[in-house]
Design a protein around this ligand. Structure first.
Ligand code: CP
Length: 359
């Protein structure tokens, strides 16, 4: 099934979050606006809101992660959910259990949401297609396909620094070919209306027909790519996904494509520098830039918490509406009355969160 259809309910609300592709500007903006409200939770004496109270969220990471896994866990806890962290290296997967059997066993524990990272492109979609009704799946990065919450936390960081997307020139530098992050960023930047999205990389690390397929401008070298840019996004070299000789040496790569203080002068004076992490200092980026005044790399991590709270609470909200409708007598569903949670109306938990955030 097309992931774009799979992730929305009949009314266009977010049910799963698998990719930014196919989601319209209004929905992406709703995620950003909702995340804005959650930033305040970090400043509260009690850093919790009740939007996912009574829900079970399972983090199922088949690939290594520092930022994504921990911010998903913290975000779920701030939403008052119960959290399961499956350690794949010590789980029955190591004994040969299939992905689907792992899923079914966790569903037997009444898990309401799976947050999935997997080395195979399409794994999160596969799980969403096979998940029980009223169970949501969030893609925490699958192969080279998508990393939508990373894409959205990057959009959130850009919006907080730059305001509107329309005048912006954004450049993405590095291993675009293997990068799920780049795909999610490019899709979101284009949907949100950025003036120009450029990519810069050795030819071996740029997807075939990138200009037509991704709607980006491919630049021949870094100086051309970052000229007058407002946003510079550096990518990690995805060695684990390279099955051949894509590069001469890391030293040569840094000479040609590494971001240094000399090179950054070609960008706008107020340009911001981003990197999804983990960073390889002296390979993609000089430490003076990574730790310098234009770097927003650690802000991206903090913003990830708010974006993940936004996405999880939206999916759980959609589930709650579906559950409420499923539990209503047929005649009241048809009449559209009597639901515990009305479509378009605020849920009890949403009222509680508004009180918690705004008094
Ligand atoms: N940006 C990102 O996905 O980092 P992790 O691999 O540490 O989760």
């Amino acid at each position: 099934m097309d992931p774009r259809q799979l992730q929305l309910d009949d009314e266009g609300r977010l049910k799963h979050f698998l990719t930014t592709d196919g989601l319209d500007r209004a929905l992406l903006t709703e995620i950003l606006d909702r995340a804005e409200g959650f930033l305040g939770v970090a400043r509260q004496a009690v850093k919790k809101v009740p939007l996912c109270r009574g829900k079970i969220i399972a983090n199922v990471f088949f690939e290594n992660s520092t930022r994504t896994r921990t911010t998903f866990e913290l975000a779920a806890k701030r939403l008052s959910a119960d959290v399961l962290n499956l350690n794949i290296s010590t789980s029955a997967t190591a004994k040969g259990e299939t992905l689907l059997d792992t899923l079914r066993n966790l569903e037997a524990m009444n898990v309401d949401m799976f947050v999935v990272r997997h080395a195979d492109s399409g794994a999160a979609q596969f799980i969403a297609e096979h998940a029980a009704p009223f169970v949501s799946v969030i893609n925490a990065g699958d192969g080279s396909y998508a990393h939508p919450t990373q894409g959205m936390l990057d959009m959130f960081t850009i919006r907080r620094h730059k305001g509107a997307f329309e005048p912006l020139i954004a450049v993405i530098v590095g291993d675009v070919l293997h990068s799920r992050v780049a795909r999610s960023q490019i899709g979101a930047l284009r949907t949100l209306g950025a003036a120009e999205v450029r990519v810069v990389a050795p030819r071996t690390l740029i997807p075939a027909l990138a200009e037509e397929a991704l709607g980006v401008r491919v630049c021949a070298n870094l100086d051309e790519g970052i000229r007058d840019a407002d946003v510079i996004i550096m990518l990690r070299l995805q060695r684990e996904r390279m099955n051949g000789a894509f590069l001469p040496t890391e030293h040569e790569y840094f000479q040609l494509f590494g971001l240094t203080e000399q090179r950054i002068d070609k960008a706008k004076p107020d340009a911001i520098v981003m990197h999804p992490g983990p960073i390889n200092r002296g390979v993609e980026i000089d430490s003076a830039i990574a730790d310098g005044p234009r770097s927003v790399i650690l802000e991206q991590v903090s913003n990830g918490l708010a974006i993940r709270m936004a996405v999880m609470s939206m999916c759980i909200g959609t589930q709650n509406l579906a559950l409420a409708n499923a539990n209503r007598p047929a005649e009241t569903v048809e009449a559209g009355v009597g639901a515990a949670t009305e479509i378009g109306a605020k849920t009890e938990a949403e009222v509680e969160v508004e009180v918690a955030l705004h008094g």
